[in-house]
Structures are given as structure tokens and as C-alpha cells.
Design a protein around this ligand. Structure first.
Ligand SMILES: *[C@@H]1O[C@H](CO)[C@@H](O)[C@H](O)[C@H]1NC(C)=O
Ligand SMILES: *[C@@H]1O[C@H](CO)[C@@H](O)[C@H](O)[C@H]1NC(C)=O
Ligand SMILES: *[C@@H]1O[C@H](CO)[C@@H](O)[C@H](O)[C@H]1NC(C)=O
Ligand SMILES: *[C@@H]1O[C@H](CO)[C@@H](O)[C@H](O)[C@H]1NC(C)=O
Ligand SMILES: *[C@@H]1O[C@H](CO)[C@@H](O)[C@H](O)[C@H]1NC(C)=O
Length: 369
């Protein structure tokens, strides 16, 4: 009898101890992945700074559930300028790595061609579940005194950026992802100033690790699909050079000081060093909008193979990349827009075009005439 009692007490204490050690055991139940309640932050004294970082945490948003299991994401194409040495008569393109990145996360892709009219973009925007702005080369400015090439990338990117904010303001949860050029464009659009960007020594391409800011810990990007999962990914990105960079511009962390358009809209989650040791912003996320952007290229770790570019293809780097694809598409599943039917969607899907084996900086690209 006494033995039995001790046994029960031991079990009880073990259970209580476990409860104290792991205050949120249900968090890592895969059934909950992607639909977590807001992380329950243990109350502690002595961590005022940390608390401040949670105050504008996106966990305060109301995240709708992931109820759309057939998400479709729009990818904005880039102009092919006459001076570019591409053997094609097409005038816009999307590097296939971005398409595969979205497909890897479990979504389909519709190209948003940068030369489409605003009406055509509106039509597609209201049917898509998220947008991706790729990396690549394009003129990013809003300074009217500089002549722009046609089609004008910034005009269309900033238009879509405004639509994304408007949709979210109207209660239609609408995610936007930006990579490299897309990351730069998002911040130029927000600030309405080309001077948002600075010059950085990031060519030829190189790999780098991240210095996460305290905001990263309570960020949505690193909690939204599992707190432990996010923690593991942050640790890999801190300890290893899993991020491929290929840029001559960037955003200085000094842009994230004080009160301005950028600090009002985004949290800076990481900074990184360029090849001259200059610090630039690595990752941002919206404070109240599901907008996420990285200066580095998650898609290249898996889908680009140019021998001149040191894309990290090791296991850890590939896991970091799949993390962001999983995250982006999990966000798109929260949006309920849809085409009226599969028939209506069909002619817009990327499957209507064939990627060309370019065997260069981009392994494959989609060209649009
Ligand atoms: C989610 O969507 C499905 C149809 O795709 C629907 O049957 C289901 O009721 C929805 N869930 C909720 C909670 O509304
Ligand atoms: C350019 O493309 C055309 C048609 O695909 C091909 O015939 C030609 O050889 C290509 N030229 C170069 C320099 O690659
Ligand atoms: C626009 O760009 C030109 C050339 O770089 C510069 O002289 C001018 O000050 C810029 N204007 C604005 C409003 O930024
Ligand atoms: C999408 O539909 C689901 C189920 O009806 C709902 O819970 C969710 O709030 C909707 N999302 C948006 C952004 O309206
Ligand atoms: C900040 O945002 C406002 C409102 O969108 C805009 O008018 C302004 O040009 C932006 N840029 C700066 C530097 O204030």
C-alpha cells in the first residue's frame, strides 16, 4: 500500500515537475503546428528589455486559421532590360527557383507579369492567397527625375505592396514575401524613398550567418509554425553560414533607429555583415501585416547550381530553406481568396509556361513574351 502511494506520489511530482519545466507541453504537438495560440510568455522580473520586444510582437495579431489547403501564390516577374546579355526576345522573367520554392511549401504559382495592366493585377490579386517578390536585378526607385525602363518594376511592386496592406487593413489576411531585390523594394515602397537603400559589398555572392535581434525570439516568423522549430532554425542560422547573399544594395540597421516609416511598420529580426564588414539588415517582418522579407536567398540553397556562386547545399542550409517555404505557404493557407473555379484558374497557372535551362546565374527561368 505504502509502496503504491509512493509510486503515485512520484508520478505526480514527475508530472508537476514536467509541467514546471515545460509550461507549454501542447506546443510541440504536431496537430497544433501552424495553428498555435499566441506563445504564452512566462512572467519574469529583470527582463524589461525582453518584454519591450514582445510589446509590438506580431503575436498580438489575430491570425486566422489555416483553412485553405489549395493556396495559390503570385510571383511578380522582373523586366529583362535591353542591356542584359540574355538570348531571348522575352521582356520579363521569373527565375524558376522561386517557383519551386513556393511549390515545395505546398502551393501553386501564378505569374504576375510586371508588364500586366493594373486591371489585370487587380483581377489576380483578389483571387490569390499571397505574393512573392523575387530577387534579381531591377531598378528600384521612386525618384521621378531618373528615367525608368518600361515596364517599371517599382511602380508595380509598390502598387501590389499597397494592395497587400489595404487587404489586411480590411480584414483579409494577405501575406507578402520579399527576397533580396524584393526585400529592398518593400522597404523603398514603405519609405517612398530610394535613399532607403545603401551600397553594400555583396558581389560576387558569398555566404553569411545571422546576428538575431532580441525581437527575433518573439517574432511571428520564428514562432508561427512551431516555437521549437523556429528556435532550431535560428540556432542553425546563427552558428552556420547557411545564407547565400548576392547584392550590391541593402538597408543599413541605422534605418531602424528612432521613429520613422520603417520602424513603425517592421521589426528588424537580424543583421548581417557584408564582405567589407559593414552591417546590413538580414530579415524584417511586419508589426501588424504578414509581410516578411530577407536580404538573403533561401531558394538558392536548393535550386540554384551556378558553380561561380557558393550556394550552400549542405543538409542544414537546405533545412533552413525549407523552413521559410513551409512558413510562407502556411501563411497563404490563412487566406480564403480563390478563383471561381479550377477552370478559371487554369490559364493563369505557371504550368502554362516552360522553364528554360539557362545554365547560368539562374539554373532555369521562365520567360514571358
Ligand atoms: C475549412 O474549409 C472547408 C472547405 O475547404 C470547410 O468545409 C470547413 O468547414 C472550413 N473550416 C471552418 C472552421 O470553417
Ligand atoms: C540564341 O537562341 C537561338 C534560338 O533559341 C539559338 O538558335 C542561338 O544559337 C542562340 N544564340 C546564342 C549565342 O546562344
Ligand atoms: C533624385 O535623384 C537625383 C539623382 O540622383 C538627385 O539629384 C535628386 O536629389 C533626387 N531627388 C529626390 C527627391 O530624391
Ligand atoms: C477563412 O475562413 C476560415 C473558416 O471559415 C475563417 O476561420 C478565417 O477567419 C478566414 N480567414 C480570413 C482571412 O477571413
Ligand atoms: C512615409 O510614409 C508616408 C505615408 O505613406 C509618405 O507620405 C512618406 O513619403 C513616407 N516617407 C517618409 C520618409 O516619410
Amino acid at each position: 500500500m505504502a509502496k503504491k502511494l509512493i509510486f503515485i506520489l512520484t508520478l505526480l511530482f514527475a508530472a508537476l515537475g514536467r509541467e514546471l519545466l515545460y509550461p507549454e507541453p501542447q506546443k510541440d504537438n504536431p496537430d497544433n503546428w501552424g495553428n498555435h495560440p499566441r506563445p504564452h510568455r512566462p512572467k519574469r522580473r529583470h527582463d524589461k528589455d525582453d518584454h519591450d520586444d514582445q510589446d509590438d510582437s506580431p503575436h498580438r495579431w489575430n491570425h486566422p486559421i489555416q483553412n485553405n489547403t489549395r493556396p495559390v501564390i503570385g510571383i511578380l516577374s522582373l523586366p529583362i532590360h535591353p542591356y542584359e546579355p540574355w538570348n531571348t526576345t522575352a521582356n520579363t522573367y521569373i527565375a524558376a527557383s522561386y517557383v519551386k520554392f513556393v511549390e515545395m511549401g505546398g502551393a501553386r504559382v501564378v505569374p504576375l507579369r510586371v508588364d500586366q495592366s493594373f486591371e489585370e493585377l487587380n483581377f489576380l490579386f483578389s483571387r490569390l492567397n499571397g505574393i512573392l517578390f523575387t530577387g534579381g536585378g531591377a531598378n528600384v526607385w521612386t525618384n521621378d527625375s531618373i528615367p525608368t525602363w518600361t515596364p517599371d518594376y517599382t511602380e508595380k511592386a509598390c502598387y501590389l505592396y499597397r494592395l497587400v496592406k489595404e487587404a489586411n487593413d480590411n480584414g483579409n489576411y494577405y501575406p507578402l514575401w520579399g527576397t533580396c531585390l524584393g526585400f529592398e523594394a518593400i522597404q523603398v515602397c514603405e519609405n517612398n524613398e530610394f535613399e532607403t537603400l545603401g551600397n553594400f559589398n555583396g558581389e560576387p555572392p558569398y555566404t553569411q550567418s545571422h546576428d538575431f535581434t532580441p525581437k527575433a525570439k518573439w517574432s511571428y516568423l520564428f514562432n508561427g509554425i512551431g516555437r521549437k522549430y523556429g528556435e532550431i532554425i535560428r540556432k542553425i542560422m546563427t552558428d552556420r553560414k547557411t545564407s547565400l547573399l548576392s547584392h550590391s544594395h541593402g538597408v543599413s540597421p541605422s534605418m531602424y533607429q528612432g521613429e520613422n516609416n520603417l520602424t513603425a511598420t517592421f521589426n528588424m529580426l537580424s543583421t548581417m555583415l557584408d564582405k567589407s564588414g559593414n552591417r546590413f539588415v538580414g530579415i524584417i517582418e511586419g508589426k501588424k501585416y504578414p509581410i516578411f522579407a530577407t536580404q538573403f536567398h533561401p531558394e538558392k540553397n536548393i535550386y540554384e547550381w551556378d558553380p561561380q556562386v557558393p550556394q550552400p547545399h549542405d543538409f542544414y542550409s537546405v533545412k533552413v530553406s525549407t523552413y521559410f517555404a513551409d512558413f510562407l505557404v502556411s501563411e497563404a493557407r490563412r487566406n480564403n481568396n480563390s478563383f471561381e473555379s479550377e477552370e478559371e484558374l487554369k490559364p493563369y497557372l505557371i504550368y502554362n509556361w516552360w522553364p528554360i535551362y539557362q545554365n547560368g546565374y539562374f539554373t532555369q527561368s521562365y520567360y514571358f513574351q
